[in-house]
Design a protein around this ligand. Structure first.
Ligand SMILES: Nc1ncnc2c1ncn2[C@@H]1O[C@H](COP(=O)(O)OP(=O)(O)O)[C@@H](O)[C@H]1O
Ligand SMILES: [Mg+2]
Length: 289
């Protein structure tokens, strides 16, 4: 009998976020049809597709907002059954929503602190209500929230109220709130919406940096951002996966080009990814000849 060799431990069984066979119907409409995605540890996986393709529905399934009619989600080796949105934090999963969803009556710093609620053992409630037992927790929480804001270059926003902030700053606060929980999986729904080119570059760099600590599932319209920062991309059209691959593979896939630009554009045209977004359609984004 040979004893197990200690220097070659098994690879950790956890790490990937896997959606398999996800189908969602809204009445007669099949919003998602047998959709699968695999987010590898430390990778950025993009889900893209034209308007109505099913991206938001898929995101909502991954967040537990929508229960699929069939299919399964697996995270770190365990199947997520009847996932509900409030389960996410305990699973090490954080999300940001397109609508931002900050609390208007709390300062930026307090908003960010709410993101860490579950990790504070005596509970955010006791910290929030100033119970003595929560005092130390509250200070630690405050420090972490400040750190999360600082990491995003947003420490100066701490005392301000979300309603006073421009939209890109609100998005930073929402992201800081997600990150303060130190998730192992970050779900981002159209983080680039409403951002300028420069802000989008900043976001891209940030997401790339995050991957040393977490995996990222990115649902996004902006092809140029997706092409730049994703390791793998899944393309949806009419609720179905029409392509999957690296950015380079996706860029050259005729089905993807057709889905985004319309059936007339075929024959090896390259997508001008800089101008290709769902909100700036076909006409100007093909290259001649
Ligand atoms: N709650 C809903 N009830 C009925 N139909 C919906 C609902 N949500 C989305 N849909 C439909 O499902 C399809 C996919 O929508 P959605 O996931 O929002 O696509 P995307 O985010 O890619 O634009 C669309 O045809 C949309 O009209
Ligand atoms: Mg959408």
């Amino acid at each position: 009998m040979t004893p197990p060799v200690e220097s070659t431990p098994d690879p950790p069984p956890q790490g990937a976020f896997v959606a398999e066979g996800v189908t969602v119907r809204f009445g007669g409409l099949v919003a998602l049809d047998d959709v699968g995605v695999r987010v590898e540890p430390g990778q950025v996986h993009g889900v893209i597709g034209p308007n109505g393709a099913g991206k938001t529905t898929f995101f909502n399934v991954c967040c537990g907002f929508v229960s699929p009619d069939s299919g399964s989600l697996t995270w770190e080796g365990a199947q997520l059954k009847n996932l509900r949105a409030h389960d996410l934090a305990g699973l090490g999963i954080a999300r940001t929503l397109q609508g931002v969803g900050l609390f208007a009556g709390m300062s930026t710093l307090e908003n960010v602190m709410t993101g860490a609620a579950v990790r504070s053992t005596s509970g955010f409630a006791s910290a929030a209500f100033g119970l003595p037992r929560g005092r130390r927790d509250e200070n630690a929480l405050r420090d972490r929230a400040m750190q999360a804001l600082s990491d995003l270059g947003a420490a100066h926003l701490a005392p301000r109220y979300p309603g006073m902030l421009p939209y890109p700053d609100q998005k930073k606060v929402a992201l800081a709130r997600a990150l303060v929980a130190e998730p192992r999986l970050l779900l981002l729904d159209e983080p680039a919406a409403g951002l300028s080119e420069g802000e989008m570059d900043e976001l891209g760099e940030l997401v790339t940096r995050l991957t040393d600590r977490m995996s990222v599932l990115l649902v996004e319209h902006h092809m140029d951002l997706v092409m730049r920062i994703c390791d793998t991309i899944t393309v949806l059209d009419f609720g179905q996966v029409i392509a999957r691959g690296t950015p380079a593979e996706i860029r050259d896939d005729p089905l993807v080009i057709a889905a985004y630009l319309g059936a007339d554009v075929t024959g090896g045209s390259e997508i001008d990814t800089a101008s290709l977004t769902v909100s700036t359609p076909a006409a100007t984004s093909t290259k001649e000849g």
